[in-house]
Ligand binder design. Structure first.
Ligand SMILES: NC(=O)c1ccc[n+]([C@@H]2O[C@H](COP(=O)([O-])OP(=O)(O)OC[C@H]3O[C@@H](n4cnc5c(N)ncnc54)[C@H](O)[C@@H]3O)[C@@H](O)[C@H]2O)c1
Length: 261
């Protein structure tokens, strides 16, 4: 039997990128999936799952308002009658690099979507996760230390790391585990401009060179970690952050020498 057979999952930010890969993999492993995003392409994610023989529905919602979150959790309960897995993944980049030019409104919007959104999702989902379950948030290596994003983005992802620790403690005795994945550089809608710029300058080979695997990641590689955390194989993993970054976060910056030098 598939690892997630009989489980019901919500995946936010599921219109593309990491969220779509997660929704597809959770469904492939047997979960019924409610795919959520504010972008209309979320419907295509559910259609892809159905085309592969899985069970899925899609809903367009703002994942960072109480109204939106309450509505999509209610929809999951209406569609599938239970809730076991939440992947709170929707996010925005905000300012690309640290700068004091990023004003308070833009800063607040990044915190709203990247940090308040996952908190709202946890808060709304928990009362329905009566059989225990697994909540996974998408953090980032940017939340571990500086150098991988703007100030608001990095602060929001640092907040997500503490959010999963604090909520894991708060949910003591419930059988609900709360963890995060922290991706490194992955080619998605969020990072497309970086990849496009590097390719247009003939510098594609430089992408991801700061990690020991010397390449960027693919959305399905992040989804594998999500599916592990969602499954009973991770039954004793709680309050943790798993970096899926080719080893990027294991070192302070240095100039790598060629292999064998
Ligand atoms: N791509 C990377 O290199 C990388 C690295 C580390 C972390 N992440 C994180 O991974 C997560 C997924 O991002 P991605 O890389 O797949 O980018 P993406 O832009 O392809 O996906 C993000 C999705 O979130 C949705 N979204 C944004 N705000 C929303 C809102 N308020 N309500 C509903 N949906 C909303 C977008 O429509 C989009 O479909 C994000 O949290 C991001 O911060 C990405």
């Amino acid at each position: 039997m598939s690892a997630l057979h009989g489980k019901v999952a919500i995946v936010t930010g599921a219109a593309g990128g990491i969220g779509r890969a997660s929704a597809l993999l959770l469904a492939e492993r047997g979960a019924a999936v409610l795919a959520v995003d504010r972008a209309p392409e979320v419907i295509d994610t559910a259609a892809l799952i159905a085309a592969r023989g899985g069970r899925a529905d899609a809903v367009q919602a703002d994942c960072a308002t109480e109204k939106g979150v309450t509505a999509f959790v209610a929809q999951a309960m209406r569609d599938f009658g239970q809730l076991d897995i939440v992947h709170a993944n929707a996010g925005i980049l905000g300012a690309f690099a640290p700068s004091f030019d990023e004003g308070p409104e833009a800063f607040a919007e990044t915190l709203r979507i990247n940090l308040i959104g996952p908190w709202l999702a946890i808060r709304a989902a928990v009362p329905h996760m009566t059989r225990g379950g697994s909540i996974i948030c998408t953090a980032s290596v940017a939340g571990m230390r500086a150098g991988a994003g703007g100030i608001a983005y990095s602060a929001s992802k640092a907040g997500v790391i503490n959010l999963v620790q604090t909520c894991a403690q708060l949910l003591s005795g419930t059988g609900i585990r709360v963890n995060a994945v922290a991706p490194g550089l992955v080619e998605t809608g969020m990072t497309q401009m970086l990849f496009d710029a590097a390719r247009s300058r003939g510098r594609e080979g430089k992408i991801g060179q700061l990690n020991p695997l010397r390449r960027s990641g693919e959305p399905p590689e992040i989804a594998e970690a999500v599916a592990f955390l969602a499954s009973d194989a991770a039954s004793y993993v709680n309050g943790q952050v798993i970096a899926v970054d080719g080893g990027l976060s294991t070192s302070h910056p240095f100039a790598p020498r060629p292999a064998g030098a």
